[in-house]
Design a protein around this ligand. Structure first.
Ligand code: DUC
Ligand code: ZN
Ligand code: ZN
Length: 466
């Protein structure tokens, strides 16, 4: 069956152009000058709307066991919310813990997702224990399983932490097999000292989560990761959830030197702050406990991050979607901020929140699409199947109404969270229609997708490394 999207403005990484888009089955068949497409097909009117590639969220944690509980969105609820918000692909993190077999962790994630996802999905692999077996498993995942990126943690000693020797060995292996190393860059052992000292002083409120994770310890770990990667023959390295100016300086310097270093940021770091959110009265700040933490509004982080997105020192915006409800989950940390499960939910709102940057004049239309769709596709081996409106690509398409408005609230969102990190925010733009592999799954506020229609994506190597 063929469908023609008419009258819209197609936006891609090279800019915007008026064009009609012909979908044939699950893929894009052709682009036409306005009015020049076939006449005998069904049409979708995109007049006054942007026609953009379905967004790709390269960093989610659906139903992740963490902090003594489990992230509150399942793959069913989380991918449905993502779809409604214009995201048609997620890449979630399968987990290997210390002492576990890597392939067992991967199998567990296949089990969690099977029959449950509303949109297409892939996996990165978290390595919580780098040893000889895990290093061997990296080859197998890259060669046979379509898993081509591995996340390591320089934070969370005793949970996911890898020491520098382990990091170096995993980087050497990745340099060898073409995989990308994704790094949670915070100095975990030093943070643990600061946490202990704060608790001993009776500093137990949520804001101390941020105060005990200063930007210097993100910058130091970022720098160390970059140098370790250089020792590993310039292993390609991608810094996740970069939040702070000093960490960004490290990435920018490495990129200026021609290094294989990339980074993402997330909407929470572009908009929210240590004082206004994490420092909210009482236990309220727990809603915004995530790592890396929100940064001070009295420094220049948010402006620097927007600038980094413009200059491509930050290549990608992902969400690090890791939601926990206040009730029974965040509440685990009443009286002790270190026991608050770390994570913020936002998979539904990334497309709108970054479009707000366009409306505010901080980002071009082309960079909006590039940072939320095209670059994640290239970075994570999904391009040009995903992330692009061109003949042969999957017909993952969002019609975006720049004249619409979005009001974010727990009353109306679809994520399984009992609060919203952006409660009451009114933002410019609105996701109008979402098409996933040729099927309209959301239109005019009505959702028509279904669990189980999403397919596992075996990913290739990152485009940026070839
Ligand atoms: N940070 C979070 O806030 N949650 C999940 C894991 C992480 O690194
Ligand atoms: Zn992380
Ligand atoms: Zn994460």
């Amino acid at each position: 069956m063929s469908t023609l999207i008419t009258g819209g403005t197609v936006v891609g990484p090279t800019g915007a152009v008026a064009a009609d888009v012909l979908i044939d089955g699950e893929t894009i068949a052709a682009l036409f000058a306005p009015g020049r497409g076939p006449a005998d097909v069904e049409t979708i009117d995109a007049g006054g709307k942007y026609v953009i590639p379905g967004a790709i969220d390269g960093h989610t944690h659906m139903q992740m066991p963490f902090g003594g509980t489990e992230a509150s969105d399942t793959f069913e609820t989380g991918t449905r919310a993502a779809a409604i918000g214009g995201t048609t692909t997620i890449i979630d993190f399968a987990i290997q813990r210390f002492g576990e077999v890597v392939q067992d962790g991967l199998a567990a994630w296949h089990q969690k997702t099977a029959g449950n996802c509303h949109i297409d999905y892939g996996f990165h692999m978290i390595l919580g224990g780098v040893d000889d077996d895990a290093l061997k498993a990296m080859d197998q995942l890259v060669n046979d399983e379509g898993i081509t990126s591995f996340k390591l943690f320089m934070a969370y000693p005793g949970v996911f932490y890898s020491d520098d020797g382990q990091v170096l060995r995993a980087m050497q292996k990745a340099r060898d097999n073409g995989a990308l190393i994704m790094m949670h860059a915070e100095n975990g052992p030093a943070i643990d000292v600061l946490i202990k000292q704060a608790l001993e002083r009776g500093e137990t409120d949520p804001i101390y989560h941020g105060i005990t994770r200063p930007q210097e310890l993100e910058a130091e770990a970022t720098s160390r990761a970059i140098w370790l990667a250089e020792v590993a023959a310039d292993c390609p390295t991608y810094i996740v959830h970069l939040s702070a100016s000093k960490a960004l300086e490290q990435v920018a310097a490495a990129r200026d030197a021609g290094r294989n270093v990339f980074a993402e940021t997330c909407p929470q770091y572009l908009y929210l702050t240590l004082e206004d959110q994490l420092g909210a009265p009482g236990f309220e700040g727990a809603k915004w406990v995530c790592s890396t933490p929100l940064r001070s509004k009295h420094e220049n982080h948010r402006a620097d991050l927007w600038k980094g997105l413009r200059s491509n020192d930050l290549s990608v915006v992902s969400t690090d979607h890791c939601p926990f409800c206040m009730k029974d989950q965040k509440e685990l940390g009443v009286g002790d901020f270190s026991k608050i499960p770390n994570g913020i939910g936002g998979v539904e709102h990334r497309v709108d929140l970054i479009y707000q940057g366009v409306a505010d004049g901080k980002l071009s239309l082309a960079r909006w699409v590039e940072t939320i769709a095209t670059t994640p596709a290239r970075m994570f081996g999904l391009y040009p199947k995903k992330g692009l409106i061109a003949p042969g690509s999957d017909a993952d398409i969002v019609l975006y109404d720049p004249n619409g408005h979005t009001r974010i609230s727990v009353e109306t969102h679809h994520m399984n969270m009992d609060y919203s990190a952006y409660e009451g925010w009114e933002i410019a733009g609105r996701v109008d229609t979402v098409i996933s592999r040729g099927e309209v799954i959301s239109a005019g506020g009505e959702y028509t997708g279904r669990a189980g229609r999403g397919r596992f994506l075996r990913r290739g190597l990152s485009d940026y490394l070839l």
